[in-house]
Design a protein around this ligand. Structure first.
Ligand code: HEC
Length: 118
């Protein structure tokens, strides 16, 4: 009886600290997953020819480099093709893009999903 009380008193602070640690780790993992899953990474697949894949990978890299300085990066799924065209035109001078960089970014932002509305 006494021993049982002693045991549970002894172990509970340890347990709750451990639980907090696990919770924190899971929270962090969740954040990392959420971030990495939204900005899709083009990977080699039967869908992409080599040149298309290269362009998508370049586009993603330039997007991250040039468009994340002033605001958070918007996920490609946020807009359809015509909206992305408009927004990229609008932002190109702000980000000091060359025409080629603009096309690569636009390619990346609009290639992900052909099923979305224009
Ligand atoms: C020099 C800072 C700067 C850079 C670099 C920049 N933006 Fe922006 N962006 C802004 C500001 C400020 C706004 C909000 C005002 C506006 O919409 O014009 C904005 C708004 C946007 C919006 C509209 C968001 C909404 O909810 O209406 C999109 C989309 C966007 N930016 C995409 C981009 C892309 C793509 C790039 C890279 C080509 C980029 N931005 C680079 C400053 C920047």
């Amino acid at each position: 009886m006494n021993l049982k009380k002693f045991n549970s008193d002894y172990s509970s602070p340890m347990l709750s600290k451990r639980k907090k640690q696990i919770g924190l780790v899971m929270l962090l993992a969740g954040f990392i997953f959420a971030c990495s899953s939204s900005l899709y990474v083009p990977k080699e697949s039967t869908l992409y020819k080599k040149e298309v894949l290269n362009a998508l990978q370049k586009g993603r890299a330039i997007y991250i480099k040039k468009c994340g300085g002033c605001h958070t990066l918007y996920i490609p799924e946020k807009y359809g093709t015509s909206q992305w065209r408009l927004q990229t035109e609008r932002m190109a001078p702000k980000a000091k893009l060359t025409d080629q960089e603009k096309e690569l970014i636009l390619g990346y932002l609009t290639k992900n999903d052909s099923s979305k509305p224009n």
